[in-house]
Write a protein that binds this ligand. Sequence first.
Ligand code: CUA
Length: 356
Amino acid sequence: MGSVPFFPDQASTVAPQVDAIYFALILLSALFAVPVALLIVYFGVRYRRGSQASRASGSAHGGTLKIELAWTVFPALLALGMFTWAATVYYRIERPPAGAVEVYVVGQQWMWKVQHPEGQREINQLHVPVGRPIKLLMTSQDVIHSFYIAAFRVKQDVLPGRYTTIWFQATQAGDYAINCAEYCGTDHAMMGGTVVVMEPAQYEAWLSGGNTAAGPQSPETMAAAGQQLFTSLGCSGCHRMDGSGPGPSLVGIYGKTVHLQGGATAVADEGYIRNSILLPQSQIVAGYGPIMPSFQGQVSEEQILQLIAYIKSLGSSLPAPASLGQPNTGAPAGPSAVASPSAPAVGPTPGAQAAP
Ligand code: CUA
């Protein structure tokens, strides 16, 4: 909004929608607050001590019911209207569209570490293309942070031990500030960075390594890095591709509903995979023994994300990354199963999984 830094830029698709609600709420509040304030002054003067104004009480019959109904129903409708409007926009902000570009973020005292699936890594910088939806999968390796891009009007807490997501679509190229919006220790105020929104061609060049100081080397993709970890940590010994090992095969596991010992089910999303690596005893797949050791302390949050990227690359029963961030309801036939046109109509049935 011009050169006066009174209001942040509107640089994403949701920014004008969020601002419209913001200004509507201010207007609505003023609509009620200003008459009350003016009346306080007016009555204060009119009925001051010693004034000649009549103190007789007004007539109490007729009309009061109508007035009371009016001042109840009218504000109630206004409030419900605001709720509906805001809920609609909130819903839009919370649901990443299918086919969004995925970027992985780890918050840490006091920096933001970013990994792109193509292998580019950066700190306190986030390069994205203009005009495409970007989804961030985020976690923290220490305390609670909050990822905030004011110009995009998006903000999301980043929590240790959990994945949260936000998405945005930038509408104009340029540099915009990233801030941490949750007090996280001494250097909280310094924990920031820059989103660099680039034209698509520039972005492609940057992704392929042409734009880095390190030179023209093409970085290893996250999935490839994850595959290396998968081998070096010994995962591949048990989780064999063909399922002949002591652990279940992970091919096509991502997004699938997994049946656990004791009859519970879980959707194999990022949170489930992370949990299986760090707390393998907490969710044991039906038909398998509790033999997997925990990898707590052996893998960093970034490495876990690489392992997840590798497991995703083994195939997915999700149509697109669109159903991420939904809570695990454990419902075996969730919307993702219905929405997947490529999923076989007769999938593996719960009872059909015999012990290996
Ligand atoms: Cu991180 Cu405040």
